[in-house]
Design a protein around this ligand. Structure first.
Ligand SMILES: *Cc1c(COP(=O)(O)O)cnc(C)c1O
Length: 426
């Protein structure tokens, strides 16, 4: 490149180019998935006759909002579902999951998590942590959990046993590893889980926390028989354009129940104005397969570069992926902080901010985060964080474009070099 723009050590640039060459097979697979999903989305836009008039938006109650109805029909088609809710009224992924859980569970029912302890923010929703906050537990819904095996994979035998109890109403799967080091649930494993659950209790609602997962593979869990999938629009499905919101897709009767919870019993999907958000949601969904492809490529490059630099990474640059998450074990507090500082230096927004470890409500250890995004907290944009504890792992995700994601990672390594936590001698 003629223009440097950034002061990156030439040795690092060279390592970066070598690391990128090693990614070729994984990039080819990722791009094939990106192309497949881009066509899938384009076809759904065309089949549903998406039109300029659908972007107008409604106000007040939002009756007969054709844009909203079309967007939801598009999402249903993309995910192979009977129906969907795609709304900016969902304030976060956690809120969307909360709506789905409260939508379908009733007092006396059992929610069974079959992939171990759910993501941090879901725990107070269930009633595992926190008191008097209106959790499922306080409404008489019992929670049970099948732990993962020591290697981090689901315990199919124990799941088959636990799901037989007729009180089990929901079997809950978290597709992405979140901030753990277990493997994520790819669609091969998802199919096995669905089969094991169906064989032992055909009535159970199979619900998937699909956050970080959508568009990373050709099929979504609903196309393998899951009843509901749930995710956020400031992660994969919003394509970096949707300003807020979430989606639920799946069986028509269940989507109706979720809609009664989101709005009101009786009104459900028929209300909810879209204001000026529809164009962003349509455009974001249209771009999402390509953006997710870039985020996955950024994660693969991160794995390749940091493996070359001598760090433990999961998954590796060769592994098949089912989410956009990459963890890198940086080995020391200084290393983790320098990594996050470097990611922040490469952000298009707030690049001048210097992240520092701080006490976050609800977390045992201090946490350091890098986030410089167009949408506050959007983790489809390049971002990284990690708790200040062994093994000082950073979880990074996102990258609206591979080129800028790659630059951010080189700046992370450069900052580690400058802070004396990386040596390029051997
Ligand atoms: C991000 C995430 C959530 C929660 O979404 P928020 O938008 O942060 O509330 C839940 N589950 C998983 C697996 C996630 O990655």
């Amino acid at each position: 490149m003629d223009q440097k723009f950034f002061d990156i050590d030439p040795r690092l640039e060279k390592l970066g180019e070598q690391a990128q060459l090693d990614c070729a097979p994984a990039f080819a697979r990722t791009e094939e998935i990106g192309e497949y999903n881009s066509r899938k989305v384009l076809a759904a836009f065309i089949h549903n006759g998406v039109s300029e008039s659908h972007f107008a938006g409604s106000t007040g109650y939002g009756y007969d909002d054709r844009g909203r109805e079309t967007l939801e029909a598009v999402m249903a088609e993309i995910t192979g579902s009977e129906d969907a809710l795609v709304r900016h009224h969902f304030v976060s992924g956690t809120h969307t999951l909360t709506t789905a859980l409260f939508g379908v569970l009733r007092p006396g029912d059992v929610m069974l998590s079959i992939t171990g302890l759910p993501y941090d923010t879901i725990q107070p929703v269930i009633g595992i942590r926190g008191e008097n906050c209106g959790s499922l537990k306080e409404f008489g819904i019992e929670y049970r959990q099948v732990n993962l095996l020591p290697d981090g994979t689901p315990d199919i035998e124990a799941i088959s046993e636990a799901v037989r109890d007729p009180r089990v109403k929901v079997a809950y799967v978290q597709r992405s590893r979140g901030y753990s080091l277990r493997p994520s649930i790819n669609m091969t494993m998802m199919e096995q889980l669905i089969r094991a659950v169906r064989q032992n209790n055909p009535k159970v609602i199979f619900m998937v926390d699909n956050c970080y997962g959508i568009f990373t593979e050709k099929l979504e869990p609903t196309q393998l028989g899951a009843d509901l999938i749930v995710g956020s629009l400031i992660k994969n499905a919003g394509g970096g354009i949707a300003r807020t919101g979430g989606y639920i897709a799946g069986r028509r009767d269940l989507i109706e129940q979720c809609a009664y919870r989101l709005t009101t019993p009786g009104q459900g999907k028929e209300i909810g104005c879209t204001l000026g958000e529809l164009r962003n949601m349509f455009l974001g969904l249209f771009l999402a397969p390509n953006v997710v492809c870039n985020a996955v490529k950024t994660a693969i490059f991160a794995a390749s570069l940091f493996e070359r630099l001598g760090f433990r990474v999961t998954p590796s640059c060769r592994d098949r992926r089912t989410d956009i998450i990459q963890s890198i074990e940086l080995g020391s507090e200084k290393g983790l902080v320098a990594f996050c500082k470097g990611i922040q230096r490469g952000a298009p927004v707030d690049s001048f901010v210097v992240p520092e470890p701080w006490d976050m409500p609800g977390y045992e250890n201090k946490v350091v985060m890098a986030a410089g995004a167009f949408h506050l907290g959007a983790s489809i944009e390049l971002s990284a964080d990690g708790p200040i504890r062994e093994p000082y792992a950073a979880w990074m995700q996102g990258g609206l474009t591979y080129f800028t994601g790659k630059t951010g990672l080189l700046l992370a390594a450069q900052t580690m070099l400058e802070d004396g936590v990386l040596s390029l001698e051997n």
